[in-house]
Design a protein around this ligand. Sequence first.
Ligand code: FPP
Length: 234
Amino acid sequence: MKKCEHLAIIMDGNGRWAKAQGLPRSAGHLAGADNVRTIAIAASELGIRYLTIYAFSTENWKRSKDEVSYLMKLPAVFFEKYMQEFVDRGFRINIIGEMEELPASTAAVLRNAMARSAANTGLQLNIAMNYGAHREIILAARRYAEDVKNGIVQNDIDEEGFERYLMTADMPPVDYLIRTSGEQRISNYLLWQIAYAELCFVPESWPEFTPEVLRRCMEEYEHRDRRFGGVTNE
Ligand code: FPP
């Protein structure tokens, strides 16, 4: 079986889903957060080790004040409901993104979730919060330059060396990227890490993305011919 160690998801379409039900956008985000739990469990059962979900991008600050404020409060609601279950299931919560710029209460909730699950060895659920790939690469380059300046490393970095400065240090590269809701864009997500990822775009909105749809996507992944720039060997 073709191994998918690291699955990344762009959870798009919460707003359109809510509108279609005659609900406010916030109801779509709430349904979306509940679906994170459902899909994390399904992914874990499918043998996926790392699941990286795009919860809030560096561009999402442009949304209305009310929507940003709702999205910042959502982690507290989410972990209040599900943290105990995540701990029981051995999930490890990790955050990627610039947490310093989040409201202090949001950052505290996220740090607490990471601390409570730090020793777990099951599925690693990476939540991208105030994350943007350009920003990640710039911050990595700055830290590397600083290390060179301080004589800690030579100016001879290679790909593996640079990866250690990214927010995904110590994680395998993304094998498969799924985006829901029909849009076919990457939206500044994990640009370094998806260099050889397979891409999958599904029409379902994120709240409609069931474990069954995930299984269909994974079946499709199994039929992809991953060559990593080489020739086929299957
Ligand atoms: C994109 O849909 C979705 C977001 C910007 C937010 C995603 C957040 C969640 C699913 C909640 C996850 C939260 C936690 C704490 C795990 P959209 O609103 O852009 O949809 P639209 O394109 O239909 O308007």
